[in-house]
Each structure stands twice: as C-alpha cells, then as structure tokens.
Design a protein around this ligand. Structure first.
Ligand code: GLC
Length: 575
C-alpha cells in the first residue's frame, strides 16, 4: 500500500483559535466512557450510581478529557446491564433519580465537561410499557406493530419465522402466549429474549425517539452515543441468514457478489438519522452530537453514517480490532482517515469499551487470531507485562492521531481484564446464552479501584461489589498512580495535556519515511507549530528518534536514547 498524507478537512475544520472552534468541539474531543455500574458507588450497594459519579467528576477534569459518555442509567430490569430500557425518560433506582441526573449534569457543566448519554433505539426491555401492551393486544394490533411480531412457520406456527440467531447466542425469536393462553406469535430480538426489537418502519417508533432525544437535549446533554446504530432497519421480508449473527459480520462473500447480512447496515437506517440530525441542529451552537455504534465494514460504508446530514461520529472499530502489527495499524489509520474525509467527517479512535477485552489484556494475547469474547481462568492467559507495555504504546499512538478519541474508564490506570472470575458471578447474557462457550464481557466491567487500602478499593465505603475486583487492581488504584512519575495515569495526563496544548486532534497527518516495516511513523502537522513525530516501534530493533524535543514516551528509552520494542514516543521535530 502506498501511504499518502492526510490533509485536514478544511470546510469544517476550524483552526484551534477560530470562533467556530467551540461549536465543532467534537471533531477533536477526547471522550471518556463511564460505565455507571462500575465507576463510583455512592450508596454502597455494590453497584455504581449517579451520586457516586458526581462526587468523582473532578477526577475527569484533572485527567484532561473534554466530555463523558455514560452507558445507560435508565429504568431497566438490567437483563443486559441497562441496555434493556424500560423507560427512556427516567433513571433506574439503582443509579438514583432524575434529580440526581440533573445534579450530575450541573456539576459536569461547572467543571466544563460535556455529557453524552447512551441511546438504545434498536430494542427496548420486554418490561417497557409498549411491549407489555403488545403482549396484551392481539396479533395485527397497532400495539404489536411497534415491534417485530410475526406468525411462526410449520404446523401451528411452532417454528420461528426465520432462522436468525441472536448476537448473544441461541435463536433470535421467542414465542409468546396469547391472552387466551394459546401459543401465539413470535417476536424478534437480535440480543437477549428480554430485548425485543422495535419496528423502525413504524412512524410511531420514530416519533417516540425524536421526543426522547428532545427530553435529554432539554436537560442539557451534549449528545448521544447510539447503540447498535447499524441494526435498526431490517431487510424487507426478514429473509433467512444461515450464519451466526455477529455484530461485525456485515456480509457474506458469494460468487462474485457481496450479500449484506439482512439485520445489519440496511440503507433505511440513514433516513432515521437524518431526522435525528434535524432535531439536534435545531438546538443551535455548540453542536450537540450523535455518535454511531455501527460495526460496519468497509470504512466507506461506515462513512455513510457520518455524512453531514446524519451523525457526527462513528466508532472506528477497525482500529480497535487491529492486531498489534505495524502494517495493519498503518493501513487501518490511513484507510480510516481516507474514508472519513470522503464525507468531510473527522475520524474517531477507540481501543477499549465495555464490550471488548481491555486493550491492556487484549494486546497481551497471541496476535495471530481475532480476540475472544472474554477470558476465563482455563483459557490461555494474556501476558500482563507485554499487554500493558503495548497498551501504553497503543494509546500514545492513538492520542497522537487527528480526530476524536474515546477512552474507557480504567484504561488510564492500565487495568487488565479480570480473567479469573468464577463463572457463578458472571452476569453477561452472552455467557448464559452460549452455554458458557463465550465467557462474555464481565471481565472488562469490574468496579474501578480508587484507593488501595479502602473497602472495595474506594469504589464505595461498604466493600460490596457487583463483580469481584481482581487482586492486581489494588496496586493499580488511582491513589497509587497519582503523581508517580512513569505511572500509566500520569502518562495519560501528559498525553492529554500535550495533545490539547498542541492541537494534535485537529492537525493533519504526514507519513514519515525510512523507519521500516515494523514501525508506525507519522507526523502531526498543525498550522502554527513545529511538526510532532508520533512513532511506535513494534519491532525488536531499537529505533533512533528524529532530532527534536522528546515530549512523551510510553515507556523508557534505551541507554542510547533509542525507542525500544512496543514503545511509542512523541517528538517535536526540529525545523
Ligand atoms: C451494544 C452495547 C452492548 C449491548 C448491545 C445490545 O453493542 O454496547 O453492551 O449488549 O448493544 O444493546
């Protein structure tokens, strides 16, 4: 592949000092994901909550991020840790109340942090009043038409309407019992049985969600992370699909043709997002944003979600899925920037979230295969030291790239996944639905360690935790890393401060030649400053740094001042 440089998208990339800068904050923002169950627990019941979060918000200000994205805190039976919403306009008592949400928003505003909330439009909880009404109503009723109810196949309809599987394993259809006690229709759920999919061809569903957007925008949120954004619209007729339903599996290669999976990335989703964009734009400046969780390939298809009339951002999962392999990383970076530029959008970067193995563990696994869904005690274990070293290098690379970046709580501490959790405590529906074949996502969702010597490592004052914290978390607690030179927390702080000061997020990228195949070497080029080299060495030969001021290094340089294996550096280049 020939790497060409990537110019900024001039039409909408205001210079760092232009008056438009505040408006388009999202083009280069760093956004920190809080998983409310596991960040800070005010009432001591073992599950995090909004009052706990509000007390800890100054930590994020000090860390140096621009915005916070909250995974769902809405009313929910918690069948999928809150991604099964029973009331989109209220807070689950586990997390507090609407008044607590308002207090959190006020504190975030005081600190200058923007707040993005999670929106889960593909499905509701089966305990949502609409679904309860659908169950009580007859086949063919308007109540049923808000979801995807269908008659079964076979004699007496005892076979599901099609062969789709759930992302979490098992069938994607569940049969209901009608009001008169007879076996009845089936409903579609791409995820758990307790997460029925809406029918997005129904205008009532569309109106409802636009109203939910307004509800949160009126409370002052800066935007929405849109869950399963590529799933809302299904192919007409719900045709069979024999393969497993995987979030990223967008298509199948046939003889000369490419068939998209009928449940993902259908063209009809775009109309929905155009409507949402109009709602957001009606709120004026600064921009309120939509960020798509769309596991879509190739990058050109994903770019369609971030056209100027739709969403502002989409997670760039290609970067997260990249193996620790320099040519693959270079290609992913180049391709991501090219695809986003086609539609005049910034790209985003992310390495960890609540659905994948944390990058400090993922990068410590063998790099010749795709990541598993969770790691159990009997599985091959990641190499913790190698994983952390690479994770620090990967983050240093990521935060040196133009565009927006997402961080997941605890990665700034270098937290690994919990890999020795007993099966009895696992809560991810994927674990149960695959009969334990997949360990699931609990390993990355363990409560944060704040203080080494406090109950629950400072997560609360009672010591209760909904998932056990691994022993290794004690030495990684915030109070152990704060102010300690070389700690992962201090590395993140200096990366974020330097990135902000030099405007790296709104720079453009120039590839640096001559570093060989095992090095990712690029320069961040800004309008009014010297270029900053961003180098990541994935090879065993140490790399001589270019001339200039070393700004940040993810590990130690060798005795000769060279960049060793699995280490990244930022160098302000001499003219
Ligand atoms: C998204 C969420 C994930 C959830 C799923 C179903 O992928 O990130 O946690 O299980 O959607 O809502």
């Amino acid at each position: 592949m020939t790497l060409t440089d990537h110019r900024p998208v001039t039409a909408t990339s205001p210079a760092a000092d232009s008056p438009d800068e505040g408006r388009t904050w999202w083009r280069h923002a760093v956004i920190y994901q809080v998983y409310p169950r596991s960040w800070a627990d005010g009432d001591g019941d073992g599950i995090g909550d909004l009052p706990g979060i509000t007390t800890r918000l100054p930590y994020l200000k000090d860390l140096g991020v621009d915005a916070v994205w909250f995974s769902p805190f809405y009313t929910s039976p918690q069948a999928d840790a809150g991604y099964d919403v029973a009331d989109y306009r209220d807070i689950d008592p586990l997390f507090g109340s609407l008044a607590d949400a308002d207090a959190m928003l006020a504190e975030a505003k005081r600190l200058g942090l923007k707040v993005i909330v999670d929106l889960v439009p593909n499905h509701s909880s089966d305990e949502h009043p609409w679904f309860q009404a659908a169950l009580a109503a007859a086949p063919g009723s308007p109540e049923r038409a808000r979801y995807l109810f269908r008659d079964g196949k076979g004699t007496d309809g005892q076979e599901p309407p099609n062969n789709w599987q759930s992302v979490f394993g098992g069938p994607a259809w569940t049969r209901v019992t009608e009001a008169d006690g007879t076996p009845g229709q089936w409903y579609l759920h791409l995820f758990d049985t307790k997460q029925p999919d809406f029918d997005w061809t129904n205008p009532t569903v569309r109106d409802e969600f636009e109203s939910v957007l307004r509800f949160w925008l009126d409370r002052g949120v800066a935007g929405f992370r849109v869950d399963v954004a590529h799933g809302l619209v299904k192919e007409d007729g719900l045709p069979d699909w024999a393969e497993r339903t995987e979030m990223l599996h967008s298509g199948e290669e046939g003889e000369g043709e490419h068939r998209r999976a009928p449940m993902w990335d259908q063209d009809g989703v775009h109309e929905v997002y155009e409507g949402w964009r109009r709602v957001l734009d009606s709120y004026g400046a600064p921009d309120r944003i939509l960020c798509a969780e769309a596991w879509v390939e190739p990058a050109e298809r994903m770019a369609l979600y971030v056209r100027r009339t739709e969403m502002h951002q989409a997670f760039n999962f290609a970067f997260l899925e990249s193996l620790w392999h320099a040519p693959q990383l270079r290609e992913t970076i180049a391709h991501s920037l090219e695809a986003a530029a086609l539609v005049d959008a910034p790209t985003t970067w992310v390495l960890s979230n609540h659905d994948v193995i944390r990058h400090a563990s993922r990068l410590g696994l063998r790099q010749d295969r795709r990541r598993p869904n969770g790691i159990g005690a009997d599985d091959p274990q990641p190499d913790a030291e190698v994983g952390l070293r690479r994770a620090r290098a990967a983050t240093t690379l990521m935060l040196g790239l133009p565009g927006a970046a997402y961080l997941y709580q605890g990665e700034e501490l270098g937290l690994p996944d919990s890999t020795d959790m007993p099966d009895e405590v696992r809560q991810d529906p994927a674990f149960v639905r695959t009969g334990g074949a997949e360990k699931g996502r609990d390993g990355c969702r363990v409560p944060m360690p704040w203080e080494k010597d406090a109950p629950a490592l400072g997560f609360n004052t009672t010591g209760a935790t909904w998932l056990p914290q691994p022993a290794s978390y004690a030495d990684l607690a915030v109070d152990q890393q704060q102010g300690r030179t070389g700690s992962t927390l201090e590395l993140y702080r200096s990366l974020l401060a330097t990135r902000r000061e030099l405007g790296l997020g709104s720079a453009h990228l120039r590839w640096l030649e001559g570093y060989g195949d095992t090095v990712v070497a690029l320069a961040s080029v800004g309008a009014d400053r010297a270029d900053v080299a961003v180098l990541t060495n994935l090879g065993s030969d140490p790399v001589t740094l270019p001339e200039g001021e070393v700004l940040v290094v993810s590990g130690d340089l060798d005795a000769d001042g060279r960049l060793p294996l699995d280490t990244s550096a930022w160098v302000r280049l001499a003219d």
